[in-house]
Write a protein that binds this ligand. Sequence first.
Ligand SMILES: Nc1ncnc2c1ncn2[C@@H]1O[C@H](COP(=O)(O)OP(=O)(O)OP(=O)(O)O)[C@@H](O)[C@H]1O
Length: 259
Amino acid sequence: MKLQGNNLSLRFNGSDILNNVDITVDAGDFVGLIGPNGAGKTSLLRILANLQQPDSGTIRLDNNNLSSINRKQLAQTLGYLEQGAPAHWPLQVRRLVELGRLPYLSPWGQLSGKDKAIVDNAMAQAEVEHLSERIISTLSGGERLRVLIARMFATEPNIVLADEPIAALDPYHQLHTMELFREHCDRGGSAVVVMHDLNMAARFCDRLVLLNQGEVACEGSVATVLTEDNLASVYGIYAQLDQQSTAGITVIPTGRIPH
Ligand SMILES: Nc1ncnc2c1ncn2[C@@H]1O[C@H](COP(=O)(O)OP(=O)(O)OP(=O)(O)O)[C@@H](O)[C@H]1O
């Protein structure tokens, strides 16, 4: 599926949060959405997820306007992981992951054997089966995040939109989570993932979109976007780039540029 946002603009209290942003996500694409704090990444992701209406611009899913697609179909197609992975109710972990099947159930419908197998699989993929009986509010931040990743994948969405999914994870689970997104895209799905870890973005993403002050400062391949000039002008840092690293391009921030 193809998700395409054109000329997206958003204003809050008279300030431009997003200004004529274009973004295209094709089937199989793993897009890293990067940029400094306050650049507009979460705002853009929420617009793509149909959780926030832009002040202007259009979003199309396979050439259909997002607003013309029924909510159930949209809920089956778009998976969204909120920043900070909040859990609003003290639910048992397994029940929470089962909520990922809601977009497929009729009102008061029960989970089928197939639904339960998909939930089992999502929990196994995210390595959270051992937490199954726990109450979500008693989990650590990283554990809760992995449960919410399981819930997102339990929906079997075609397009996943994840806001800083690895920020609270240890290195093992960072790699594991990035591999889950990568595998999802290699199976023909697609992902837009907001990240501050430029090295992980460089290693796993096909393309990067660099936002700065609500505008796309640069987009394209990792090598196109992660340049010393872009890191200086957008992040305000000096950085060494290692192009020969076995992990792809690695970025070593070496200092702040005084402003
Ligand atoms: N409801 C709101 N009212 C007013 N301003 C808002 C609102 N939501 C976001 N903003 C502002 O919009 C700008 C972009 O916010 P956004 O959360 O999209 O940034 P971000 O790139 O995701 O940042 P971070 O990396 O810190 O998470 C920020 O300056 C923020 O303060």
